[in-house]
Design a protein around this ligand. Structure first.
Ligand SMILES: [Zn+2]
Length: 382
């Protein structure tokens, strides 16, 4: 991510934030957060790594108008984290629901709500379902040819056009240029429960700085933050398309074209609640993401390489003991021949157990490589 993208996106004042805040940028993941000046986080509130650097330049982000409060209780979070950690073989020692709960920090994710009046002309092809009867001819042994009636649904397409005028309210538009790359747990929110933002609700939480600014032009000009408008326009067109389909009484729509004029635009910054926690494995920390409204959890579930090694060593020592015991019995077998057979079998079992000792470390490595591959960059890179 370039320096351009991590700069605060919109002008505003510190009013509404409750306490003096500063913008910090993570040197590793490139994300910028707006945090309380007196209590800056020790770790990056997104990748949990850092290092963090205070950004002097740029205006603070616009004060939020709406916020979805953190509504997940500690008990519900603990239960969700316990479910998330369950069933992982060779779990890292500090990947427990209790420790993850204790380390969780609140973070708010910005999103824009857009109100707009859309006026213009539209044209499209509207599809109407109808039932058609067809006949299927079948040949049966001893029955001859038989005709069977079949009812099937077909679509009749008709060109339609018209005038369009509608006002849309609270269309949710991403405020981050890579909103879709956010962790899965942070993707689903119900913004209808939003309240007016207050300093109490935001308390000491970090807030991801928007990277897309409200504007009506796709390119707001040299030096300005990228615009949230292209996505807003796409979503408004999609809403208009659905409305035109509904008004036409059809079931399908294609080749939709809208010559639109957008007016009365109003942008509201809404903050979505989240928690981020971490565990350590393989000499680094791994973030765990929790949805502050639904309690959904996502993140990389790494296996512990050291636990895998310990299990491997225990199995290896057992195998070695079996091999040595087998060899001892084989030597005794020189005097008492039947014992040699038992000794050989024991030694062979020991060799098989020794081979098994390599499995836990190999499994942990393959598992962690797969987990890493599924992570979005830059969390996945080492
Ligand atoms: Zn980071």
């Amino acid at each position: 991510m370039s320096e351009e993208q991590v700069r605060p996106a919109t002008a505003g004042s510190e009013a509404g934030w409750g306490s003096a805040r500063v913008t910090i940028a993570c040197q590793r993941c490139g994300r910028a957060h707006y945090v309380v000046r007196d209590h800056p986080p020790q770790r990056c509130p997104f990748c949990m790594q850092g290092p963090l650097q205070e950004q002097q330049a740029g205006a603070p982000p616009a004060a939020p108008e709406m916020v979805l409060p953190l509504s997940v209780t500690p008990a519900r979070m603990r239960a969700a984290l316990a479910e998330w950690t369950r069933g992982l073989w060779l779990r890292p020692p500090d990947m427990t629901a209790e420790m993850l709960c204790a380390r969780a920090q609140p973070v708010f994710i910005p999103t824009w709500l857009v109100d707009a009046r859309v006026q213009g002309r539209w044209r499209a092809e509207i599809g109407f379902d109808y039932q058609a009867v067809s006949f299927e001819e079948r040949y049966g042994e001893g029955q001859g040819w038989r005709s069977r009636e079949r009812l099937e649904t077909r679509v009749r397409w008709e060109p339609r056009l018209g005038r369009f005028e509608r006002r849309y309210e609270n269309v949710s538009v991403p405020a981050l240029d890579d909103q879709r790359a956010l962790p899965a747990a942070w993707q689903q929110y119900d913004p209808s429960r939003a309240l007016a933002a207050t300093a109490e609700v935001l308390a000491g939480a970090a807030v991801l700085v928007p990277t897309l600014a409200p504007a009506t032009a796709p390119d707001p000009g040299e030096g300005a933050a990228p615009s949230a408008w292209p996505e807003a326009e796409r979503l408004l067109r999609r809403a208009a398309e659905a409305d035109c389909l509904r008004a036409s009484g059809g079931q399908h729509i294609r080749a939709f074209a809208l010559q639109a004029r957008y007016s009365d635009l109003h942008w509201t910054l809404l903050l979505l609640p989240a928690w981020v926690s971490w565990y350590s494995e393989g000499g680094r920390v791994w973030p765990v993401f929790i949805n502050g409204q639904t309690g959904a959890v996502s993140g990389a579930r790494c296996a512990s390489a050291s636990a895998a090694r310990t299990v491997g060593i225990v199995i290896g020592v057992l195998g070695l003991a079996l091999v040595l015991a087998g060899m001892l019995l084989a030597i005794i077998g020189l005097v008492v021949p039947p014992v040699a057979v038992v000794g050989t079998v024991l030694a062979l079992v020991g060799v098989a157990v020794l081979i098994l000792a390599f499995l836990p470390p190999l499994w942990a490595r393959a598992h962690n490589r797969r987990v890493l591959g599924e992570l979005p960059l830059p969390l996945g890179e080492d």
